[in-house]
Write a protein that binds this ligand. Structure first.
Ligand SMILES: [Zn+2]
Ligand SMILES: [Zn+2]
Length: 369
């Protein structure tokens, strides 16, 4: 059995929030129950309260870039978590992101007289020319964060406690921005029940004499990767482990082809990609796709077609679109649904398959193997 993994969209708007879309944030819930948060736009803590995701299970927070619609909710979330909630996982809140994140947070906390019950620490993914914070003048409950370099600085990788890896890759936007690739550790192989059940049945009586009344309990042992030796000496070996799930979560981008090499050996189960603007029936007559694309890219963003192209290039099984312009309402009114369906269809054109979804606030997607 492979545990459930899902992603909840806490906010799906681009720069300007609307009554139906909050600023950016996503919560990836792992089979362990732990939660990785990607971006914390303004009022994300309110969205958590409306969702099924518990802030007490947050294991780490990853920031894609320092535009306010992706991080202005972070100081508030940290303060609230520190004041009112016991974290069930660890004493220290781990935060990862680009250069200047640590200094910005520290300045915000110091200038607003913030106090904490819990410790936090900010790790930065740095390139050689980035400003480097030396962890001087720390807040009372701030621990020194890591300055993480990689040579060459094409990507950075962190290993989380339970075997998950998170790789950060620079992607193109109007300011430095990161895409994140989450890889699950290997999962148990599939047990061939039709092959194993007759073998267990044949040994039923001998197993009963050993106190094992229901031979099927031995399947649990195999599932855990342990060998089973039957009374007649027959050895049942666990199925070889399988690669776990891979989830690519991008920040704002006009070009994220830098993630392609990280998906070549093993395509992702999910790609989360922005689709800020599109040419839709709501646009003035005569507007062309070329015009919309040029203006979107000029602002550092993507169209649904661009998102679909990347999904196709990395063979992502599912493409989840987010970060929509405030022109695209995120409710279930017929007009909003029709417009989002237009956007979805445009991404399908280039993705080459129909596993494309437009995210709405508080919508969860179950990531299957
Ligand atoms: Zn944004
Ligand atoms: Zn941005």
């Amino acid at each position: 059995m492979v545990g459930q993994m899902d992603i909840t969209f806490l906010g799906t708007s681009s720069a300007v929030p609307s009554a139906t879309r909050n600023h950016q944030s996503m919560a990836l819930r792992l089979p362990t129950g732990n939660v990785l948060v990607f971006d914390v736009g303004e009022a994300t803590q309110h969205q958590f309260q409306k969702s099924q995701v518990r802030t007490g299970r947050i294991q780490a927070i990853f920031i894609t870039h320092l535009h306010g619609d992706h991080c202005y909710g972070l100081p508030a979330l940290i303060c609230t978590m520190s004041m009112t909630l016991q974290n069930e996982i660890s004493e220290t809140l781990e935060i990862y992101g680009p250069a200047n994140l640590r200094r910005w947070l520290r300045s915000t906390f110091q200038l607003t007289y913030a106090t904490f019950q819990r410790k936090y620490r900010v790790h930065e993914f740095l390139s050689p020319n980035d400003p480097r914070d030396e962890n001087l003048g720390l807040m009372e409950n701030e621990l020194p964060g890591d300055n993480i370099y990689s040579q060459p600085s094409s990507h950075w990788q962190v290993q989380l406690e339970d075997g998950y890896t998170v790789t950060a890759v620079p992607i193109l936007h109007s300011i430095p921005a990161l895409g994140y690739i989450v890889c699950e550790p290997p999962v148990p192989g599939k047990i061939n029940l039709s092959e194993i059940k007759p073998i267990l049945d044949r040994q039923k009586d001998a197993l009963a004499r050993q106190g094992i009344k229901n031979p099927m309990v031995l399947l649990g042992q195999l599932q855990k990767g342990q060998k089973v030796v039957l009374p007649d000496g027959t050895e049942l070996l666990p199925a070889p482990t399988r690669r776990g799930r891979k989830v690519v979560i991008l920040g704002d981008t006009k070009d994220a082809t830098s993630v392609i090499p990280f998906c070549e050996a093993y395509p992702p189960h999910v790609l989360v990609h922005e689709a800020t603007n599109a040419l839709t029936s709501a646009d003035p007559p005569g507007t062309t796709l070329e015009e919309v694309t040029a203006s979107t890219v000029d602002h550092g963003h993507s169209t649904p077609q661009m998102a679909g192209s990347l999904a196709n290039a990395i063979q992502a099984k599912h493409l989840l679109l987010t970060h929509f312009s405030s022109r695209y309402r995120g409710d279930e009114s017929p007009g909003a649904l029709a417009l989002m369906e237009e956007i979805r269809a445009q991404a399908i054109e280039t993705a080459g398959h129909e596993n494309v979804h437009c995210a709405r606030d508080l919508w969860s997607f179950n990531i299957e193997m």
